[in-house]
Every structure is written in C-alpha cells, then in structure tokens.
Design a binder for this molecule. Structure first.
Ligand code: ADP
Ligand code: MG
Length: 321
C-alpha cells in the first residue's frame, strides 16, 4: 500500500488548485462548487491497452490522449473544462512510467486550467478511465439534435491523419507516408478543439466530435436531428500526407470512416459564414464547409463530377443514395 500512497502523492500536486474546488484529492470524495448560472457537462472515456492504444506507446502521449479525448467531448458540447477525475489500473508500480504519464496529462490539464480532483488506483491490466466536468451557461450547450434543413456542415482541422498513421503502423511501414512525425503526433497527441466549441455556442445548431469517423459521427447528428445530408467529398480538408496517400490509392474510406480524428463536426445557418472565417483566423485553425443539411434522410457523398460515392466498409451500406 505504501506504493499506492506514492501514486497519490504524484496526483495530489499534479494540477494547480482552482477556487471552485472546496476539497480535492485526499478525502472520500471531492467537494466542488458549480457556478449558479451554469449547468455541468460530464463525460467519461476509457482507454484499454491493446484496444485503444499500443502497450508500448509513450506514457507521456498516453497521459495526453486519455485527457484529450475527454476534453474533445466537452468541446463538442461547448463546455468550459473545469475538473477531472482519473481511474488508473496499472499492471505494476513503475515510477518512471507513472511520472511520464502524469507529465503528459498535467501539461494538457494545465493548459486548460483543469484541476485533477480525485480518482482511483488499482492493480490489473493497463486501463485508463478519465471523467471530465465542464460548465455551460444554462440553455447554451451544443447538442447533436439541432441541425436544420439548409444548414452548412463544417469540420475543424483536417481528417484522416490518425487513420493513416494507424494504417502505416499496422502494415509494418509497407505504405509510404510523407510526414511520419506529423501523423504520429496526430494519432497520439490530438488537440481537443475546446476554443472552437466555446465560440460555436452562440452559432452552431448542432455539434459532435469525430471519434468514430466522419460518416458515423455525422450520421449521429442527422439521426438526432431528423434530417439528411449531402457531403461534398473533395471539400474535406486533408493534410499533405493524406492527400498524397489518396493520390496513390484513391480510396476515401479511411479518411471518412477511419476515426480517431478528434476534430469537431457541426452545422450552422448560412448567415454565419463570415463569422466562421473570422473564427478560423482568430484560432489559426482551418474550419471547412464540407456539405449541407437536406430534408431527405440519410447521408449522400458526392464527388465533384456529381457521381455518388459509397464507402467500401460493409457497415456503411446505408450511405447508398
Ligand atoms: P477510498 O478508499 O476512500 O476510495 P482511495 O484510497 O481510493 O480512497 O483514494 C484516496 C484519495 O486519493 C481520494 O481522494 C482519491 O480521489 C485519490 N486518488 C486515488 N487514486 C487517484 C488517481 N489515480 N488520480 C487522482 N486521485 C486519486
Ligand atoms: Mg473512502
């Protein structure tokens, strides 16, 4: 148990104290003060070794990603991150590993002023569960359900990087990629789009973060909103590496169905187009219009020449026009 006290020592001073934390790590529960005019946005995600990450991934990257994927969910709600709890299952007490994990976790947490207020530590197969808590002004949260016929569809950043990175690793480097370091960073160190989510609160009619691939996640918006959409495939923003891989292989499936992008997809009325380009400049982040919401149910992907495109994955037959 002494080893476990050691772990708690790592965690209790990991992030700076916030004034809305009455009691943080060290008691049976944390005591937290929610601002009166806000509602709490809560989200949780688990990463399991061998399923969500390679067992030999750098612990620092893992600490970053475990928090990043959760902050991405808050971003998609337009929530301001505040507190986080961390449940760690570790196969052994490996101090250099824990220290590096904490480093990656703390750097991202501190960047957003998020305080670690509690958690749990157990021995077992490596698994990491993070729960984040954020604030949304009453009535202002972004949901999946508000998309309207005629709305534009946008995505932040570019898509397909993480999927290409995975493909590169899993093929044993058999596929050539232009910029390996960039792709690795995009897979292991996604940047949650928190600022974009906050700015969209007043504008977007719906939003989601892309974790399972654009097609699957946009479909969640469509189904929640009771609408359909047309996706203009060639408008999807791509990195140099992904564009190059498409030039060689011409298969969009990995780009739109690969997942692990952690970009935001959202809908908004045309009247906000100017504001979006201002936001793009302000954040230094590409925000690209990739399609529009239609009345007809389902998601149709069209190419520049007007032809419909249907993804290869069997799971996606419902994208047929
Ligand atoms: P209890 O036995 O009452 O559940 P624990 O011994 O599990 O308490 O934890 C003691 C304190 O350390 C609690 O405040 C808990 O939130 C905190 N803690 C334990 N593990 C972690 C962790 N991985 N990250 C952050 N806080 C942790
Ligand atoms: Mg207790």
């Amino acid at each position: 148990m002494a080893e476990f006290n050691l772990i708690k020592d790592y965690f209790s001073a990991l992030t700076p104290a916030r004034s809305d934390v009455q009691l943080g790590i060290g008691d049976d529960a944390a005591l937290l003060q929610i601002p009166q005019d806000k509602v709490l946005a809560v989200s949780i995600d688990t990463l399991v070794s061998g399923i969500h990450f390679y067992p030999d991934v750098s612990p620092e990257s893992l600490g970053h990603k475990a928090l990043a994927v959760n902050l991405s969910d808050l971003a998609a709600m337009g929530a301001q991150p505040a507190w986080v709890t961390l449940a760690l299952t570790l196969p052994e007490v490996d101090e250099p590993w824990i220290s590096a994990f904490c480093g990656g976790f703390a750097k991202l947490a501190n960047g957003y002023g998020v305080q670690l207020v509690g958690g749990d530590t157990t021995l077992g197969p490596l698994s990491i569960t993070v729960q984040v808590h954020g604030f949304v002004p009453v009535g202002e949260g972004l949901r999946r359900s508000g998309a309207q016929v005629g709305d534009d569809i946008y995505v932040t950043g570019c898509l397909g990087d993480a999927a290409l990175a995975l493909y590169h690793i899993e093929s044993g480097g058999a596929v050539d990629v232009l910029d390996r370091a960039y792709l690795k960073r995009r897979l292991e160190r996604p940047e949650p789009r928190v600022e974009a989510g906050l700015a969209l609160r007043q504008m977007a009619t719906s939003a989601i973060d892309i974790s399972d691939g654009l097609l699957a996640d946009l479909t969640h918006i469509l189904q929640s909103s009771g609408v359909g959409a047309c996706l203009e495939l060639e408008k999807i923003p791509l990195s140099r590496s992904v564009a190059d891989s498409l030039r060689i292989e011409d298969d969009w499936t990995r780009v739109v169905a690969g997942g692990d992008d952690y970009e935001l997809c959202f809908t908004l009325p045309e009247v906000h187009r100017m504001q979006i380009s201002e936001l793009e400049n302000q954040l230094g982040l590409p925000i690209t219009r990739i399609g529009y919401i239609e009345e007809k149910a389902g998601l149709r992907c069209v190419k520049q020449d007007g032809a419909f495109w249907v993804p290869e994955h069997a799971g996606y037959q419902h994208f047929a026009p």
